[in-house]
Design a protein around this ligand. Structure first.
Ligand code: GUN
Ligand code: FE
Length: 426
């Protein structure tokens, strides 16, 4: 058990802060640690008097962050300037992903990726691999060794892609099903059916992906949608019978619970209503959208329409794996859609969108993303005095809102003192 300050969330998303808190974990029924109790120390301590206690004065225990959309094969692409999404894919991304035909390269980058996520306090990710099935094996193997809850899948892209990353329609669907059977539900791992985006998938490949999505309803779906104007024009031209870019996925059986679409920037009211109707989630990627010049996600319209959404890095389009950088970019972007000038999202809401809210988007509320009884014991230890200016500003905070805003603006990996993963051995 740990005694420290605790940051957690109510079922309705309200942030709760226990200045003097207690977190108790124990081995759970499925073979990894779960949270048994989380709350005020004085209230809980009598029940757990016999449990050995680690006292961490001045530290904050918080849920591990969840990255709702990230590409592990794009670590070598971060910071590559281009005129927009499509040239960026052609000049930097596809060449970098081609190298994952080599399983040794995939294994090396999978290890680096998971180490970097941990260093930044990220304990769950919904990640793209490449079109090479061995790139999926490499990431799942590395995540399993670390005991992580990680979701990934083989990229489906049977057209408009260079030879080295293009797959074959029929084989790509056979590979996907074999990977589902090999990995989905093994320890804490989950599979995601992964059509790259509509322009890179034939009608037959999308239809096959939709068939698999219906056959395996607890498998995830991930893709990209409505990110960039040129991309949207291209998608609409390729699928003229669909009402919108988003509707292409719906027309192929790819919108349901556990489907997560990255970006969702250039939506109309019907798109937003469809997201809500299908219980489909948006992965909002503010650092990527700013870096590639894609546009601004409308947080206010998303909240009003009532569809699931959470935060994501989208590395390598995104510029950082750090949840602090993503939350800060989201704060800046969220000004755009606000009706009242000068007002953006509260820090407590930004933090929720990267933890418990992201878990809800994955259909994993009450499983990860929170410090609550029954949740997997994935949590981080934060030092709000990690750097001189952070120490000064967090010390001046008069409310939880001010404390979290100081961490979002001034915090980085140096504030993440340690990371605890429920499935880790020892
Ligand atoms: N659309 C299709 N592929 C990609 C990708 O790798 N990154 C981003 N940001 N958008 C995409
Ligand atoms: Fe992406």
């Amino acid at each position: 058990a740990w005694r420290a300050s605790l940051l957690r969330f109510d079922a309705d998303g309200t942030a709760v802060y226990d200045r003097d808190g207690l977190l108790v974990t124990a081995p759970g029924p499925q073979g990894w640690r779960v949270i048994v109790a989380a709350g005020d120390f004085a209230t809980l301590a009598p029940r757990f008097a016999a449990v050995p206690l680690q006292h961490l004065p001045g530290r904050i225990l918080a849920p591990g962050f969840i990255d709702l959309h990230v590409h592990y094969p794009q670590l070598d692409v971060i910071g590559s300037p281009a005129e927009g999404l499509l040239p960026w894919l052609e000049h930097y991304t596809f060449p970098a992903e081609a190298r994952f035909a080599n399983p040794e390269h995939a294994t090396e980058l999978a290890g680096l990726f998971l180490d970097e996520l941990a260093r930044h306090g990220v304990t769950t990710a919904l990640a793209f691999s490449t079109s090479h099935p061995a790139s999926v094996d490499a990431l799942f193997s590395a995540a399993r060794r670390r005991g992580l809850r990680l979701i990934t899948g083989k990229c489906l892209q049977d057209r408009h892609s260079p030879e080295a990353v293009r797959d074959e329609t029929e084989q790509s669907l056979l590979d996907t099903e074999a990977l589902i059977q090999r990995w989905h539900g093994v320890d804490r791992l989950g599979y995601a059916i992964t059509p790259r985006f509509a322009p890179s998938c034939s009608e037959a490949q999308l239809r096959g992906a939709g068939t698999l999505a219906a056959r395996y309803p607890d498998v995830w779906i991930q893709s990209h949608v409505a990110e960039n104007r040129d991309e949207i024009r291209w998608a609409r031209a390729l699928f003229p019978n669909s009402r919108s870019y988003l509707a292409i996925y719906d027309d192929h059986g790819l919108m349901r619970e556990r489907a997560v679409y990255a970006h969702c920037i250039h939506f109309d009211a019907d798109d937003r209503a469809l997201m809500r109707q299908r219980h489909t989630a948006a992965a909002v990627c503010p650092t990527s959208n700013l870096f590639l010049g894609s546009g601004f996600f409308d947080f206010a319209a998303a909240a009003e329409a009532g569809f699931l959404h959470g935060l994501a890095s989208d590395v390598g389009g995104g510029t950082s794996l750090s949840p602090f950088r993503t939350m800060l970019a989201a704060y800046e972007v969220a000004r755009e859609g606000q009706t009242k000038p000068g007002v953006s999202l509260p820090a407590t809401r930004l933090w929720w969108l990267h933890t418990a809210g992201a878990a809800a988007a994955l259909g994993l509320a009450g499983v990860v993303g929170n410090l609550a009884p029954g949740c997997d014991a994935d949590f981080i230890v934060l030092d709000p005095a990690a750097t001189p200016l952070l120490a000064r500003r967090s010390g001046q905070a008069r409310s939880l809102e001010e404390l979290l805003m100081a961490l979002i603006v001034l915090g980085d990996d140096r504030a993440v003192v340690s990371v605890h993963v429920a499935g880790a051995q020892g």
